[in-house]
Design a protein around this ligand. Sequence first.
Ligand code: AMP
Length: 310
Amino acid sequence: MRLIRSLDEVRRFSHQVRGQGRSLGLVPTMGALHEGHLSLVRKARNECVSVVVSIFVNPTQFGPREDLSRYPRNLERDLGLLTPFKIDAVFAPDAGAMYLSGFDTFVDPGAVAQPLEGALRPGHFRGVATVVLKLLNLVQPSVAYFGQKDFQQAMVIRRLIEDFNLDVRLALCPIVREPDGLAMSSRNAYLSAEERVAALALFRALQRADAAFCRAETRTEAMVDEMKSVIASEPSLRLDYAVVSEAQTLAPPAVVTAGAVALIAARVGSTRLLDNLIMAPQGTNDEDRLRLALPARNSKLETRNSEAGS
Ligand code: AMP
């Protein structure tokens, strides 16, 4: 496994791989890796001949009052976690190399980036879309792996790929959870023991919405009320939003049908937590829920395990 720091070197590496006709998977991360990230790496490893994991805490997606400076960074530990996967390279550029002085061009994502995280974190998706486009241009992967955990981010990237005619397939992977249901996140490291208990209410709220859907509830407001009542039972949680949205646009659906997504964000102490769940008939597994939300037909989006790089 090579550690690549320079932009020129990752370009040369990519040329070499693609020149040999090998499929190349890219897993973009901000490091502080956990089992959620590793599920993406595993899927990339299974589907692609060559795999690059990028580790880059992207300054342009953090607001001025956000946690850029305290975001957990531990490259040595991350490299240790990646070693068993026998990936080809870790690309870990410096912020100064990614954003040379004078850098002044950004991607401006449209409607799907406006509500929810976009409304609460102005400029966030502009930074995300910009760095993802830069990474895709540098690494030129055949497949890029993202997590359902950041559902709105995945929809922004889906539009970016389609709208800019990028020659890459987007692969989405289900949310990996702790045994008690908490969605894994690098930011969970900030939580105290009490905050971590309170954080469990996010998944409980999503499960309540799903249970309502399984009882044939189709009214958005009724499902949102259910979610809000669960969050209200944890006084230390401050709800940012609880919604049920149409998956690809994140617009509110007239009636909730299978494949709609319940999304929730709340703060506990100084930590923001995100989670989501795709509504589906009882017993539907996570991969099938993703397929309900984002049918692969007519799209570069692919959620099923398949041969890559063709
Ligand atoms: P981050 O390092 O937070 O930028 O995340 C890198 C990628 O890992 C993103 O595509 C995330 O959606 C994904 N990811 C983060 N947490 C999880 C999780 N618990 N399960 C699955 N994917 C995740």
